[in-house]
Design a protein around this ligand. Structure first.
Ligand SMILES: [Zn+2]
Length: 152
């Protein structure tokens, strides 16, 4: 499976790629050779046509996205890389870390009361400590994804 590195402006796309179970890191700040060379095992996703010559010279594997609405951009990436358009929700939305299942009792004090009762499939990010669960937001994400897939 391809691993991704996205320029800072593409943060929404990075988060969505994580929803789809993809390993997607965000490059913080400006695009610099020194930083990119740390991630040569990843495809760099950028909208910067201006940098294309440099990326080639630095031998960086890259994919140039058109400057478009982020939903269209996401749709293009899903198609181009053959990403399965299915919500995996097995990575932390914020830090890209793989989530671990966790017993609801262990995270009880960090859950809203109704989530404690009705939520299911609780997971925990080992890096930032954020707790996730299955709930109504899944349906919203699903229909958003369906809309996105119609855009390209
Ligand atoms: Zn996290």
């Amino acid at each position: 499976m391809k691993k991704f590195l996205l320029e800072a402006d593409l943060h929404r796309i990075a988060q969505w790629l994580r929803f789809l179970g993809q390993d997607a890191l965000l490059l913080s700040g400006p695009i610099e050779k020194r930083k990119l060379l740390k991630y040569l095992d990843r495809v760099f996703i950028t909208t910067s046509r201006r940098l294309e010559g440099h990326l080639k010279a630095w031998d960086v594997d890259y994919f140039l996205l058109p400057r478009e609405n982020w939903k269209v951009q996401l749709c293009l990436l899903i198609r181009y890389f053959g990403i399965k358009p299915e919500l995996r929700l097995d990575r932390c939305y914020y830090c890209n870390e793989k989530l671990m299942s966790v017993d609801r009792e262990k995270v009880k004090d960090r859950l809203p009361p109704l989530v404690y009762i009705y939520g299911r499939d609780f997971t925990l990010c080992p890096s930032c400590g954020k707790v996730y669960w299955k709930g109504s937001h899944h349906e919203r994400l699903k229909s958003q994804l369906e809309e996105i897939l119609k855009l390209c």
